[in-house]
Design a protein around this ligand. Sequence first.
Ligand SMILES: C[S@@+](CC[C@H](N)C(=O)[O-])C[C@H]1O[C@@H](n2cnc3c(N)ncnc32)[C@H](O)[C@@H]1O
Length: 182
Amino acid sequence: MPVVQGAAKTTRFFDRIAPWYDRINAQIYKRPWLERVRSEIQGMRVLDVGVGTGYTTGNLATSVGMDLSREMLKRARYRGHLIRADLMHPPFRAETFDTLVFAGSFYYLPSPYEGTKIVADLLRPGGRVLILSPATQLLAPFVRVYRPGDYRRFMEGARLRIVHYERLNWAACLVIAEKPNA
Ligand SMILES: C[S@@+](CC[C@H](N)C(=O)[O-])C[C@H]1O[C@@H](n2cnc3c(N)ncnc32)[C@H](O)[C@@H]1O
């Protein structure tokens, strides 16, 4: 069972590690992964869920960065708009975004099925969700690790279509799913 689960524990965990987050992240989040994720962002209206300190989308003036943790947001370097909110209760209208990004945050959602339905609701038809996540079961004692079949089930349950699954190295994967045009 992973150590950090649910909004309250996740918020406390990231509030606590926020002062060291960038130094820890520099050891874990590989530069080519960042470039890969950025290369897949489409459209102007981007929502970065679990934006943290802004590492993935901080360069985009039109993006919205959302996070549970006030301490992470306080440290964010971000050109776009930052908001403290929970993806499970999003303060946005349906079909607002072209791209949703989860860089190291999807596996903290309390219910991936419910979370994916919320993602589908927030995306415009033709829009995409990008998920950068752990892919090896070696990390399962610390975080939830989903297999390709899990992602397929989450996406199908929300009527999203996986268009790409890529192992980035032994530890991480990138999942891309699309909301079909009506
Ligand atoms: C590992 S950090 C990733 C930060 C950033 N995306 C990066 O790549 O550096 C995960 C972040 O997701 C946030 N988070 C987790 N669950 C969330 C939720 N339900 N809604 C909003 N943010 C969430 C946490 O507070 C944390 O800041």
